[in-house]
Design a binder for this molecule. Structure first.
Ligand code: NDP
Ligand code: MG
Length: 382
């Protein structure tokens, strides 16, 4: 039986790489749902090739264009962000790959879990905003959340076969991004083009800026806390500029396991979609002789304040991670639009954390409200 995959965000970096994985394994996977936000041209092209059962174009302005192209091919077309959640109810979906960017992934992911679909989770912001809610619901529904993020896939690959053995510590590796080693003064003047130039990974714009500010690692700390049920003091971040060791797990006997490979997101995507099977792939292999040195250093949280902020909000809990995420999304967009400087991204986040009221035990409506309030405040600050 081929697994029927819904790709939320098929036009993005993760979405398009997932389709490459599916191309290599036509006997294992078929495409059931594709979704895009603005890139209607690519959505139509993908739909003609993969013939999904249905597609969603989240920006309704492009609905008619998608409908005119795909209705004659008997592909159902829906428009609007709310349709992202409603198509998740389709019984025919086996796995949902959440490759939307930011908060937009929350409601569709909740709906997918509610209706019992396995989740291949790339959209880490969903777990940052509402990790407790999501993981609790997944447990209740008996739904697997398989990580796609390379570090979390690495951790998962290290603990397969060790499920009875407690984790002592998780060591999350970070590349350090394009500005590793710079001082605050040097960061004052960095440009959008420099920040978008990641040394090891080719990713969407938002996560690339998050990598440059180290917010990405902060979000990943929170993601790891929820995915693996560990406390914050069991998570250590270490900078490893070569991005070959994707992360490590230390067990209670002191033994460490690591997962290694070239930085290529098709590997963790394929591992999640194919789990528990490791499918054959002919992607380039790692060669030790080309990497005579793998190096490690402590992260500089004085300069890269976002990483420290993420640890703080994770420890405060409640709606704080949601506020951090919303402020960060708006601040990153402000930086990409060249309205604020690189260091001001953290200023916006800190300000929002001070000013949006704290809710200790938020329910879904509180997250929706905190997200909205924070976005408005962050926009005002910018
Ligand atoms: P991209 O920006 O490349 O793609 C995002 C996708 O989501 C696109 O299909 C886009 O549509 C769609 N989208 C964006 N905003 C909305 C919205 N408001 N409503 C509906 N759809 C929307 O992002 P990435 O692929 O880089 O990242 C996706 C997720 O995966 C993020 O959470 C990221 O943190 C995570 N991730 C990414 C990695 C990578 O290597 N790229 C690695 C690890 C995690 P359109 O393009 O049509 O407008
Ligand atoms: Mg990652």
């Amino acid at each position: 039986m081929r697994r029927k995959i819904a790709i939320l965000g098929s036009t993005g970096s993760i979405g398009t790489q997932a389709l490459e994985v599916i191309d290599k394994h036509p006997d294992k996977f078929e495409v059931e749902v594709l979704t895009a936000h603005n890139n209607v041209g690519l959505l139509i092209e993908q739909s003609i090739k993969y013939k999904p059962n249905c597609v969603v174009i989240a920006n309704e302005n492009f609905y008619q264009q998608a409908f005119d192209a795909l209705d004659p091919l008997h592909i159902k077309v829906y428009g609007g962000e709310q349709s992202l959640a409603s198509v998740m109810e389709m019984d025919s979906i086996d796995i949902v790959l959440t490759a939307l960017v930011g908060y937009s992934g929350l409601l569709p992911t909740l709906k997918a879990i509610e209706t019992g679909k396995s989740i291949a989770l790339a959209n880490k912001e969903t777990l940052v905003v509402a990790g407790e809610l999501i993981t609790k619901l997944a447990r209740e529904k008996g739904v697997n959340i398989l990580p796609v993020d390379s570090e979390h896939s690495a951790i998962f690959q290290c603990i397969v076969g060790e499920f009875q053995n407690p984790i002592e510590k998780i060591i999350l590796t970070a590349s350090g991004g394009p500005f590793r080693g710079r001082t605050k003064e040097q960061l004052l003047e960095v440009t959008k083009a420099q920040a978008l130039n990641h040394p090891n990974w080719d990713m969407g714009a938002k996560i690339t800026i998050d990598s440059a500010t180290m917010m990405n690692k902060g979000l990943e700390v929170i993601e790891a806390k929820w995915l693996f049920g560990v406390s914050l003091d069991q998570i250590e971040v270490i900078v490893h500029p070569q991005s070959i060791i994707h992360s490590m797990v230390q067990f209670e006997d002191g033994s460490l396991k690591a997962q290694l490979g070239l930085p290529d997101m098709r590997l963790p995507i394929q591992f999640a979609l194919g789990y528990p099977e490791r499918l054959k792939a002919d992607y380039p292999r790692f060669d030790f002789s080309e990497y005579p040195q793998l190096t490690f250093e402590k992260p500089d949280i004085e300069t890269f304040r976002n990483l420290g902020l993420a640890f703080e909000v994770a420890s405060n809990g409640g709606n704080q991670p949601c506020i951090l995420n919303a402020a960060n999304e708006i601040a990153v967009q402000g930086f990409l639009d060249e309205k604020i400087g690189f260091l001001e991204i953290s200023d916006v986040i800190e300000n929002c954390l001070k000013r949006v009221s704290y809710i200790r035990t938020p329910v879904l409506e509180d997250f929706v409200e905190s997200d909205k309030e924070t976005r408005a405040l962050a926009l005002e600050l910018i």
